[in-house]
Design a protein around this ligand. Structure first.
Ligand SMILES: [Zn+2]
Length: 258
């Protein structure tokens, strides 16, 4: 049984990291640096945000979702990202305990949260995360008992390779770029920390969820085909599902077969 005080502290830690992830989501695509200027400013009136107006969740509530100086609405998404990261931190604590393995997966999922929201906004998956992420993931794999270095290499090659092949076949058939290079690098990076099984699971899960959402959007918008849905967020949903429930889902699936 986990100490409730530890659960609460981990949740607060997650909220603060979530607040930092918001900064990354906002600044990375515009190639602003994370640390400069040191304090956050309101994007609308450029007034510095005071430290007591910059507390996760609470500030949003007591400012009633508005900038103190100019009254511009603060997007609800900031709170969503903070809460999401807090919940992930608790999920990691329950699943892995206070272990190095848990910390690695927390950092990994945090990077996925950043990339997901950047992909939704700008349709890009930033190389500044995926390219360093690959060697960092390979090194981290030594500390992952269920993956290990060999499986990390295989996961990276199969992950990047399979999407690269999909992109190549699509190009041969249509002479157009379909799958973005960002998705290829993203799944290669994922492969380093979830291994071969995780990559296969992620491909199936993300295709299933992506198709479901795509068809739903098509029905809702009543248009026939042809609007691009970014694939990165679905890859992230697949990988995160694998980390928390992959073992149970795979076992349930094979139990159905026999
Ligand atoms: Zn303002």
């Amino acid at each position: 049984m986990l100490n409730p005080a530890i659960v609460f502290i981990v949740f607060l830690f997650g909220l603060c990291i979530g607040s930092f992830l918001n900064v990354c989501i906002y600044r990375l695509p515009a190639s602003k640096t994370i640390s400069d200027p040191p304090r956050s400013v309101c994007p609308s009136c450029k007034q510095q945000i005071r430290y007591y107006d910059n507390i996760p969740i609470l500030s949003y509530l007591w400012l009633q979702g508005q900038c103190r100086h100019c009254g511009t609405r603060i997007p609800l998404r900031y709170v969503v990202v903070e809460l999401m990261t807090g919940i992930v931190a608790i999920g990691i604590l329950f699943h892995f305990g206070l272990t190095l393995e848990g910390l690695i997966y927390f950092v990994f999922i945090s990077s996925l949260i950043v990339m997901t929201f950047i992909d939704i906004d700008y349709r890009i998956i930033p190389d500044v995360i995926t390219l360093p992420g690959i060697p960092i993931g390979l090194i981290a794999s030594f500390a992952l008992p269920t993956v290990g270095f060999k499986d990390a290499i295989i996961g990276m090659l199969v992950g990047g390779g399979s999407l690269w092949m999909v992109a190549w076949v699509y190009y041969l058939l249509t002479r157009k770029d379909g799958m973005g290079g960002g998705d290829i690098k993203l799944l290669a990076m994922m492969g380093t920390v979830i291994g071969l099984k995780g990559v296969v699971f992620t491909i199936f899960a993300s295709s299933a969820v992506g198709t479901l959402v795509g068809v739903t959007l098509m029905l809702v918008k009543r248009k026939n085909m042809k609007f691009a849905v970014p694939f990165g967020p679905f890859l992230s949903i697949g990988a995160i599902t694998y980390i928390f429930f992959g073992y149970e889902i795979i076992r349930a699936y094979f139990n159905l077969l026999v």
